[in-house]
Structure formats: structure tokens, C-alpha cells
Design a protein around this ligand. Structure first.
Ligand SMILES: [Zn+2]
Length: 83
């Protein structure tokens, strides 16, 4: 009793995870991060968190956010109206 604690399925599920990670769909779903890419072409969430909503930076990016869904979501996250 207690010998050879073989866990049926243990090894197998790991294999399955590895196989699923190789599937393109799996990778795509787990890559979806609700943040804008830090390319400078979008508003910086860090900046929005730090500076005043009345600052020039925010005003400038509000205009952008009206046309950019990603940035609009960032503004909404911080409770800043873009309208
Ligand atoms: Zn944007």
C-alpha cells in the first residue's frame, strides 16, 4: 500500500496542456491583455493614473480616445469622461 503512487491522468493532463498551448487559438486567448501597446501611438495608462484629468496631456489624448476604442477603455477605466 502506498507503493508506486501512480496518478492516472496526472501525466496525461500535462501533456494535454502542452498540446493545447501549441494550438494557435489557445495562445491568442491568453495573449489578450486589456492594455494598449506601449508604442507611443496610444495613451499611456501609467500617465493617466498619475496626472490630473485636466492636464494638457489628458486633453490631447481624449481627442484620440474618441476614435480609438482601446484608449477609450483606458479612460473609462480611470473614470475620465472623453465626451
Ligand atoms: Zn489609442
Amino acid at each position: 500500500m502506498g507503493e508506486g503512487n501512480a496518478k492516472p491522468g496526472g501525466r496525461r493532463s500535462l501533456d494535454e496542456i502542452m498540446r493545447r498551448m501549441a494550438e494557435p487559438d489557445f495562445t491568442v486567448r491568453h495573449r489578450r491583455v486589456p492594455e494598449v501597446p506601449e508604442t507611443g501611438a496610444h495613451v499611456s495608462p501609467e500617465m493617466l493614473a498619475m496626472i490630473s484629468p485636466k492636464s494638457r496631456y489628458v486633453k490631447k489624448w481624449k481627442r484620440h480616445a474618441r476614435r480609438c476604442l482601446q484608449c477609450a477603455n483606458v479612460f473609462r477605466y480611470y473614470g475620465i469622461s472623453i465626451s
